[in-house]
Ligand binder design. Structure first.
Ligand SMILES: [Zn+2]
Length: 458
């Protein structure tokens, strides 16, 4: 039996690990490479294996860097089952359809620059992909291939995210392979905590924060409270850019709790992003996957996402009508102000001193969110220059990835049984650093694979 690493190897995108044994070939995740455009484009276009020869896919979660190449795999000839949790299946349509739209836009952009390229995939490929999905509830063993069974445990990362436990029979011996997917954290809003990982022979672990610790005691709710109170004094609008999946629902949940308990005034809250609206609808369908705190809200007869005063904007017309609203909280995507309806709201708020742009969480270098946070006084939006007179504030977000101390806490006990460990999904320094920490905790044969590296499982 062997494993080959075709993505998220010394990097954080393109997650793809190929497990080959006497039962057949299973692909763990099929993520898109993101970041550097030309380089990612080439790697995403030419998958490095024979797609038609893969016998099954097991998917950890619906983030695009884990699932975004599935329609390409299907276009290239894969036509077997894709196994994931039920919530991941629901999330998959939203994520892949959005990705197909972006592929079409990218192809159009390149065409205008004189490069004739086909989109990586289109909506028909997504439909064909979705028809292959066989969802499995958490904690239920399912056969992937004769001799290969899977069980999904809650990873506490995004809705539906799983730690993948694979029991593989190879030459009449049983091997347990655990793939962490993206490992979440305890006490994230809405989600349950990551579950205990059972003893295994082989561990494939992520290492996004393999060399870093998160700041202690980030209290997003208290920071939001302070920001709303201070910014509301002189009236005006509060714009909160937020990612559609996870962050938007956390912001809405906190705003609802703060209003309910009277800690902030009841202001109208508009969630204005078609993707956020749909992601919220999907999350609302899985209350059994919430943590105790969030379920308690439901038991009181209230709802974490749908409460008096919050409105999910339906269409472009209604979105435009918000231009006339002078006192409100508007939550919109994208989270770093790179695209989406937030740009239209910014046009109407940037030059108003009583308005506030409230950035929640990490803003990447080069994004509009980051430049505004760094104090840029002029900003170009959709081709027009604006003076920045509004307030720009920052509220620390809660990372959905465990830091190295948390990761060690979740995996330490596996050193007793684990014969081989592979550290993936981290930039080289991060992955190497986490590999060293695992070795220091008694793990044997710890590898940091590079793209295309293949290992025999002992
Ligand atoms: Zn993820």
């Amino acid at each position: 039996m062997r494993v080959t690493f075709w993505g998220a190897a010394r990097t954080v995108t393109g997650s793809k690990h190929l497990l080959t044994g006497s039962s057949g070939t299973v692909l763990l995740d099929c993520g898109l490479f993101q970041g550097h455009r030309a380089e990612s484009e080439a790697r995403n276009r030419a998958l490095p294996f024979n797609s038609a020869a893969i016998d099954a896919v097991v998917l950890s979660h619906a983030h695009i860097d884990h699932c975004g190449s599935l329609p390409r795999l299907v276009r290239d000839g894969f036509d077997r089952a894709i196994h994931c949790t039920e919530a991941t299946e629901s999330m998959l349509r939203l994520m892949l359809m959005d990705s197909a739209k972006i592929q079409a836009q990218d192809a159009e952009y390149l065409r205008r620059k004189g490069h004739e390229v086909e989109p990586l995939y289109d909506e028909r490929d997504v439909e064909r992909t979705l028809r292959l999905v066989r969802s499995v509830p958490y904690h239920r063993r399912a056969e992937v291939l004769p001799g290969v069974a899977v069980e999904f445990l809650d990873a506490g990362h995004i809705l539906g995210a799983a730690i993948v436990v694979l029991d593989v029979e190879h030459e009449r011996q049983q091997r347990r392979v655990v793939f962490t997917g993206d490992h979440g954290r305890k006490n994230l809003p809405i989600l349950r905590d990551p579950e205990h990982i059972p003893a295994c022979d082989v561990l494939i672990t992520e290492s996004t924060y393999g060399d870093r610790l998160h700041e202690e005691r980030v209290d997003m709710e208290a920071a939001l409270e302070r920001a709303v109170l201070e910014e509301h004094r002189d009236g005006g609008r509060l714009l909160i850019p937020a990612f559609a999946v996870g962050r938007t629902q956390a912001v809405v949940l906190f705003l609802g709790r703060l209003m309910e308990s009277g800690r902030i005034p009841r202001l109208p809250v508009f969630v204005d992003s078609p993707m956020s609206r749909e992601a919220t609808r999907i999350m609302a369908g899985y209350p059994d996957l919430y943590d105790d705190e969030t379920r308690a809200i439901l038991r009181r007869g209230e709802h974490p996402f749908y409460f008096a005063g919050v409105r999910y904007v339906a269409d472009v017309e209604e979105s435009k009508s918000l231009n006339g609203v002078r006192e409100a909280i508007i939550v919109s995507a994208s989270g770093m102000c790179e695209s989406g309806r937030i740009l239209h709201h910014l046009k109407h708020s940037l030059d108003r001193p009583q308005d506030c742009l409230l950035l929640v969480g990490f803003q990447a270098q080069g994004t509009l969110g980051r430049r505004l946070l760094d104090g840029e006084r002029r900003a170009r939006i959709l081709g027009v220059e604006y003076d920045v007179r509004c307030r720009v504030r920052f509220v620390p977000g809660l990372s959905a990835h465990a830091d190295y101390r948390e990761l060690l806490g979740f995996t330490e006990h596996l050193s007793r049984t684990c014969r081989q460990t592979f550290v993936v999904h981290g930039e080289s320094p991060s992955a190497e650093s986490f590999a060293d920490k695992l070795r220091a905790h008694g793990f044997a044969r710890v590898e940091v694979p590079s793209q295309g590296d293949r290992f025999e499982l002992v």
